[in-house]
Design a protein around this ligand. Structure first.
Ligand code: PEP
Ligand code: MG
Length: 323
């Protein structure tokens, strides 16, 4: 099987009936690029920049960050690179920020919420990204967006920093797309409004499932409630994809679900444009998609969206694609 997969490293990802989708990789550091190349990643769909900030005693400088972003953009040779701005908090702590202890860290002061308040820190990251933008195809993504004010504020700060750099004569790409993670149900529900203002969506199912099911993604005791195929989740995913397409934007997914063999047929049928996953899942996913007809998967998706439970969906997909 490994040999079969290896043949597809340089092949595009095309369904049996000729529809192309993009298979991208989730990375945490520039060193992960080797795995992306070896596994035929067509893009970086999620660069988790938290790792730049973790395992140290103070914030990374603008130049340090610039070097990492530049390395990833150059390493991808013009292919898309979606960089997510700092998503700290929840399960990811930064001791040197000295944040107060919270009862519910996953519902607390984290990610974009923290960045909009600690703006100096946020601006350093944005400047590093803007300066790196001339070295490749950069897309900037904000995490944990829960309402449009947050997106508008974050984008305004980005544009401010861009103008300041341009005034100083720094080269900044004029093609940077600016998008959001859709990982909070309020944002999925309002995707039609968001789609008028963002350049793209990337659905973060790891958190979207946790918040929709009210089930802590780290809590083993209730892991049975962590239900990726629950029609409630699938309907939210559909709303997001449809909203993007209605405004001529693209929709990706960078949660674990994007590389899952039960979810992939449904997501293909729903019209997902980009699937971002751990590098080692890319070739198996490409192999699977090449055997699926998007038209057939559209029918399957319509069907499973009308089912009532996670298990019913799982059984229906397995039957349809003979897993
Ligand atoms: C997600 O929430 O689905 C996601 C991709 O982000 P993270 O796992 O880093 O929270
Ligand atoms: Mg998340």
């Amino acid at each position: 099987q490994k040999a079969e997969w290896a043949k597809l490293v340089n092949e595009p990802t095309v369904s049996a009936d000729g529809h192309h989708v993009e298979l991208a990789a989730n990375i945490g550091t520039p060193a992960d690029l080797e795995g992306v190349r070896n596994n035929g990643g067509e893009a970086v769909g999620l660069y988790r920049t938290e790792f730049l900030y973790m395992g140290r005693t103070e914030l990374p400088t603008e130049d340090e960050q610039f070097e990492s972003y530049k390395a990833v953009l150059e390493g991808m040779k013009g292919k898309p690179v979606v960089v997510r701005t700092l998503d700290i908090g929840g399960d990811k702590e930064l001791p040197y920020l000295d944040l107060p202890h919270e009862m519910n860290p996953f519902l607390g002061f984290r990610a974009i919420r923290l960045c909009l308040e600690e703006q100096d820190m946020f601006r350093v990251q944005l400047r590093a990204l803007l300066r790196a933008s001339e070295y490749g195809n950069l897309k900037i993504m904000f995490p944990m967006i829960s309402n449009l004010d947050e997106f508008r504020q974050a984008k305004a700060i980005l544009l401010e920093e861009k103008e300041l750099l341009v005034e100083k004569g720094v080269n900044v790409s004029s093609e940077i797309e600016v998008g959001i993670m859709v990982e909070i149900p309020s944002t999925a529900v309002l995707a039609d409004q968001f789609a008028k203002e963002v350049d793209f969506f990337s659905i973060g199912t790891n958190d979207l499932i946790q918040y929709t099911m009210a089930a802590d993604r780290m809590n083993e005791r209730i892991s049975y409630l962590y239900q990726p195929y629950n029609p409630a989740i699938l309907r939210l995913v559909k709303m997001v994809i449809d909203a993007a397409h209605k405004e001529g934007k693209w929709a990706g997914m960078c949660g674990e679900m994007a590389g899952d063999e039960i979810a992939i047929p449904i997501l293909l049928g729903l019209g997902l444009d980009e699937f971002s996953m751990s590098a080692t899942s890319i070739l198996p996913a490409r192999t699977q998609i090449r055997q699926l007809s998007k038209e057939d998967m559209k029918k399957l998706a319509d069907e499973v969206l009308q089912l009532t439970t996670n298990d019913e969906v799982m059984t229906a997909v397995k039957k349809a694609i003979k897993l």
